[in-house]
Design a binder for this molecule. Structure first.
Ligand code: ATP
Ligand code: MG
Length: 573
């Protein structure tokens, strides 16, 4: 393609709205443009990359026997009411009505639609297993759309669904998908890690997330440096520690004045102690309006997903200041378990190992010291209610866990019979007995994968595309206007194209500096500079974007050189 014929509106300045580098570079290199919050147009350069990622996904899905379909974006409310997700999904589900006032939604995921298809069409075990996938636009009214394609409200997802006869077969399918995901993300040139994950709004029994490691990632993962164990902190189990040997005998409970000290840090400073000697009392309201209190050690973070799972609910909200006042008679920041009546008290395991600790006194500007569970108040349930953190013991070795940030690019779920039971997706076995199909579902965020690739592959001049997903392989940059340069450029342009190498030719009447800047920004793996000075020596300059330095090469050798490099990276065994 010639730059003069292509719509690549690059920007010199950093767009103010972009907080992360991938978003900035996608806007600057003219890949995408914003239409509304979380809604983008893909311009030619951006779409080329999207299509390449889709193609890799397609090849790997087809390789494991998954079949491509295209399900509708618009789906009728009735299907979602059958699984109760019409209500459960809440505000993230974008709803609309047709001219007859019938309710529909724009699909955020397609378990309902695909399970409906299955129950209508599949009767016998002979038709199993079936795995269907699609690559399609999804809609989720995210509370905080941000970071460009990373968290959109309209975004492209590959979603796949498997149906099997039993758990064992389903597990095999899950494993095949898990391996396909490894190949997909390896092929896209990403550094990633599969981690144990929570099953969230999709539900089901087990799941893994594929995380691209990047400092800007929204997810926090813990991993064991000495084993393969890694998990999202939302999910990571905390191994309870034995009750400390150093536990001291109970001291008399004492109320102390802590004026203005509401946070753990402020209380610790005032009382000259450390956060692990303090217990936070978090008050939550549940959907049926019965409040609960959760006790967490001062240096730990509550894990609301674990608390919700324990209670069997899905929307736990921190009590607002009015509610805190009703429950404790005090402003926020001074809640404590002593004298707190009429609500269930949950405590994290770590709280159970403490003695003589500090808690709020349910009175403005006051805390208790030397509080002891059992003597001063009663814990109703002890459990794993906190987030794992760096320094915790690994569940799989003697090592201490470490943390890293990650971008979730893919997610595989073992669904079990959750949807088939609710929607009656059954099959008959060889004896004629009816069973629920065992399902799995598997997503990949296509745009998010592209963004993650940029997060991992850039420098301060622009993108450095991994070869398999680069919008173009070679960027030809003629830098003078002479007849000779023109001739060599045209010949190379034709020859590279003949060899099926994707070339972008910067044929604009621009200064060399402008062309170089745009080429570094757009990030094609190979830049070729054609100028009179080099040609006088019989060479052109080849720069590999990742390496940075220029290397003189004879024009006649260029195509073979690039082809060999591409063959190594683009083709997959
Ligand atoms: P998150 O926790 O980031 O919201 P999720 O758990 O809701 O993700 P899934 O339902 O598992 O996501 O969706 C499958 C994949 O789709 C994710 O792994 C991610 O790559 C992608 N994805 C999800 N939400 C978005 C979004 N708002 N914008 C872009 N990609 C998304
Ligand atoms: Mg989500």
């Amino acid at each position: 393609m010639r730059t003069t014929h292509m719509f690549i509106p690059t920007l010199r300045e950093d767009p103010g709205e972009a907080e992360v580098i991938s978003h900035r570079l996608m806007l600057r290199s003219g890949m995408i443009r914003k239409v509304a919050a979380g809604i983008y147009s893909y311009l030619p350069l951006g779409l080329r990359v999207i299509r390449k990622v889709e193609q890799i996904i397609r090849e790997e899905m087809n390789r494991i026997g998954a079949q491509e379909v295209l399900l509708p974006v618009l789906s009728p409310a009735e299907l979602w009411q059958e699984t109760e997700r019409w209500d459960f999904y809440g505000k993230e589900l974008i709803r609309c009505q047709d001219r007859h006032d019938r309710d529909f939604c724009l699909g955020p995921t397609h378990e309902e639609v695909v399970t409906d298809l299955f129950r209508r069409e599949v009767r016998s075990y002979r038709q199993l297993p079936v795995t269907l996938y699609q690559i399609q636009t999804k809609f989720r009214d995210e509370i905080r759309p941000r970071f460009g394609l990373m968290r959109g409200r309209e975004f492209i997802m590959k979603d796949a669904y498997s149906f099997d006869q039993n758990e064992g077969e389903a597990q095999k399918n899950y494993q095949a998908m898990y391996e396909a995901y490894h190949r997909i993300f390896t092929r896209t040139g990403l550094q990633f890690r599969a981690v144990e994950a929570d099953t969230g709004l999709i539900g089901g029994t087990s799941s893994h997330e594929f995380m691209v490691l990047a400092n800007t990632g929204e997810e926090l993962i813990v991993f064991d440096p000495e084993s393969s164990y890694a998990a999202n902190v939302e999910r990571a189990e905390v191994v309870p520690v034995e009750r400390s040997q150093s536990i001291t005998s109970p001291q008399p409970l004492k109320k102390v004045s802590t004026p203005q000290a509401k946070t753990v840090t402020e209380v610790c400073q005032l009382l000259n102690t450390t956060p692990d000697r303090l217990v936070k009392t978090l008050l939550y309201t549940t959907p049926d309006n019965s409040p609960i209190a959760v006790l967490i050690r001062g240096d730990h973070q509550a894990n609301e997903i674990k608390i919700q799972r324990h209670l069997g609910i899905h929307d736990l909200t921190l009590a607002d200041s009015e509610c805190v006042r009703t429950l404790t008679n005090a402003p926020t920041g001074f809640a404590g378990p002593i004298g707190l009546h009429g609500l269930t008290i949950l405590a994290d395991h770590a709280v159970g190992t403490l003695s003589n600790f500090i808690v709020g006194a349910n009175e403005a500007d006051m805390h208790y010291i030397n509080a002891n569970a059992g003597r001063d108040f009663t814990i109703d349930v002890t459990g794993d209610f906190r987030q794992a953190q760096a320094g915790d013991s690994s569940p799989q070795s003697q090592a201490k866990l470490e943390t890293a940030r990650g971008i979730e690019v893919g997610h595989v779920f073992m669904l079990g019979t959750k949807y088939s039971e609710k929607m009656g997706a059954t099959y008959l076995d060889s004896q004629g007995a009816e069973h629920n199909a065992v399902m799995g579902c598997y997503g990949i965020g296509v745009g998010r994968t592209v963004a993650a690739a940029i997060e991992q592959n850039h420098d301060d001049r622009g993108i450095m595309w991994p070869i398999p997903i680069a919008p173009f392989h070679v960027h030809l940059l003629p830098v003078t206007n002479s007849e000779r340069v023109h001739e060599v450029t045209q010949a190379l342009y034709a020859e590279l194209q003949q060899a099926n190498i994707e070339v972008l030719l910067d044929d604009r009447e621009e200064r060399a500096g402008v062309k170089f800047n745009d080429a570094d920004l757009i990030g094609s793996p190979f830049q070729v500079v054609i100028g009179d000075k080099g040609l006088a020596q019989g060479t052109i300059d080849l720069k590999e974007r990742i390496r940075g330095e220029k290397m003189p090469i004879a024009p006649s050798k260029l195509t073979a050189y690039v082809r060999e490099k591409l063959a190594r990276d683009v083709n997959w065994p």
